[in-house]
Design a protein around this ligand. Structure first.
Ligand code: AHR
Length: 528
């Protein structure tokens, strides 16, 4: 059997877990909003038209933040269309997704829903077809208490109190030629800077995200960030990156090592931020917002979905990019979470794109059931359990060779350590066909550095894994009829003093929870 040895030393903590790392994303596209979270004719619909069954799954997922209303959609969106009496809202063409937008859900409905879903709202403004004035207007409408035309309009539309939205994205994927209102880095940098200046005049409490690159393969990647930062340093608080991964041509080894590509991408952006003088120690640091990430089979979009919407028809909420996620996809999502946590000193927030139906951990059928996709589970466990400080284990593990990313570690892991010494270990086994005997030296953990020997006071709370279910294979998915993929007990786990051992199944993502003896002993106390 293959073996791997990790050691966890809390003295090497890179910092506190940024809880906004567990954000998500709802875009007006496909069946994300309509027939996703909102379906007034569904048997489980509440009086406000939102589905109670979907909301319950969203709450269970436990995300912290939600980006809205797009995505590519936002670059042609007029926010005013979505406020006021529903019967007088205009029906518009959504040129980004070649669909019809009815505007039956807009800022008020979504903000109310997000509050119930316990999600902090992150609102993206349109810097494609619109500009500074409209961005400041929607901010004033949302956040100004009272006494101005826009604030009073919000109150007349039913929201006495401001929405108090703190996080704002300055446009979306403006570097991409597919984007409505695509711009050069200089054009966007100037616009983002002037928009940021006015938005901070209107509400100095906002945090602003400048749009970085749409992916690491963009020909402008690097130069885009340098130029945008030159214009916006001192005005913005975060710069974004978007990252999607997929398995190509059956090359599972490279796909499983996608986390190493995300590591590199984040580190490159961090280096550019440092070079620009906006690193963590600077007067006005710029964090990294990974504001769209996931597994996404873009080939299927190009070959299957795109022809459906680009054939001259303008459908209402068509089925777009409803990827069914497999065991392999879930393991990759888990390993991308490991990568994000490992960079918690630079990544200030991240959004799994998206939340329901559209490349989502939750799926729903019109008039029918809603269910958890395989990718729901690693996200839910990480969001529930990653609290405290991030510790990057020292690893002694074999490498795997990949065609795309070169050598990658067979086992990839990160740990979080709570103030009381409780530890959560998140660990991926990238081998497609071999188990790994794992040993973890827990070191001097309980009570922090300097309390030698107290690691032995830890106890095992839970140990779970996501792997191929009995009778399935690595392509097994959950669907409306059956959901065989989920978390199961991890085998061969034992804790002997400060040494944890476990057997990681082939192709698996596992999570082990340890708590100080007598302190925490139930999942409830650990916020599961
Ligand atoms: O999440 C789907 C799309 O991916 C978003 O609209 C866009 O920002 C990205 O290209």
């Amino acid at each position: 059997m293959l073996s791997a040895r990790l050691s966890i030393d809390p003295g090497t903590s890179i910092g506190v877990v940024p809880r906004r790392l567990f954000g998500t994303f709802v875009e007006h596209m496909g069946r994300s909003v309509y027939e996703g979270i909102y379906e007034p004719t569904h048997p489980d619909a509440r009086p406000d038209g939102f589905r109670a069954d979907v909301l319950a799954l969203v709450q269970e997922l436990g995300a912290t933040t939600v980006r809205y209303p797009g995505g590519n959609f936002v670059s042609g969106y007029r926010w005013e269309d979505g406020v006021g009496p529903r019967e007088s809202r205009p029906v518009r063409l959504d040129a980004a997704w070649h669909s019809v937008e009815t505007n039956q859900v807009g800022l008020h409905e979504f903000a109310d829903w997000a509050r119930e879903a316990r999600l902090e709202l992150m609102y993206a403004v349109n810097l494609g077809t619109r500009g500074i004035a409209e961005a400041a207007d929607v901010l004033e409408y949302a956040n100004h208490p009272a006494g101005t035309a826009l604030a009073e309009r919000r109150r007349a539309n039913g929201a006495e109190e401001p929405f108090g939205i703190r996080l704002w994205c300055l446009g979306n994927e403006v570097d991409g030629p597919w984007q409505i209102g695509h711009k050069t880095a200089d054009e966007y940098g100037r616009l983002a800077a002037e928009t940021a200046r006015l938005m901070k005049f209107v509400d100095p409490g906002v945090e602003l995200v400048a749009a970085g690159s749409s992916n690491a393969e963009m020909p402008t990647f690097g130069e885009w960030e340098r130029t945008v930062l030159r214009h916006t340093i001192g005005l913005v608080d975060h710069i974004s990156l978007h990252a999607y991964y997929e398995e190509s041509d059956g090359d599972a080894a490279s796909f499983l090592a996608s986390g190493t590509a995300l590591d590199r991408y984040i580190e490159q952006v961090a280096a550019i931020i440092d070079e620009a003088g906006a690193g963590p120690e600077s007067e006005h640091p710029v964090g990294i917002s990974v504001d769209e990430w996931n597994v996404w089979y873009q080939r299927r979009w190009n070959e299957i979905d795109k022809p459906v919407v680009m054939n001259g028809a303008w459908p209402e909420h068509p089925r777009l990019i409803e990827d069914a996620y497999s065991v392999t996809d879930a393991v990759v999502v888990g390993s991308l979470l490991v990568s994000l946590l490992r960079h918690g000193d630079r990544v200030t927030m991240a959004n799994l794109a998206q939340l329901v139906n559209v490349i989502a951990p939750i799926r729903s059928e019109p008039g029918g059931p809603a269910w958890r996709q395989s990718t729901f589970f690693p996200f839910q466990r990480a969001a529930a359990l990653a609290h405290g400080r991030v510790v990057t284990p020292v690893v002694e593990v074999p490498s795997i060779r990949t065609a795309v990313h070169g050598e990658a570690p067979l086992v990839d892991a990160v740990a979080t350590v709570r103030d009381d010494g409780g530890i959560v270990l998140f660990v991926t086994n990238r081998s497609l066909d071999q188990e790994v005997a794992l040993e973890v030296a827990l070191g001097d953990v309980v009570g922090g550095a300097g309390s030698a020997g107290r690691a032995s006071a830890l106890q095992l709370v839970s140990a779970e894994t996501l792997c191929t279910p009995p009778g399935g294979d690595r392509h097994t998915v959950n669907d409306a009829g059956a959901q065989p993929v989920g978390m199961t007990d991890l085998r061969g786990v034992s804790l002997d003093g400060a040494l944890l051992t476990a057997t990681l199944p082939a192709l698996s993502w596992s999570v082990v929870v340890l708590a100080p003896s007598g302190a925490l002993n139930s999942e409830e106390q650990l916020d599961v």
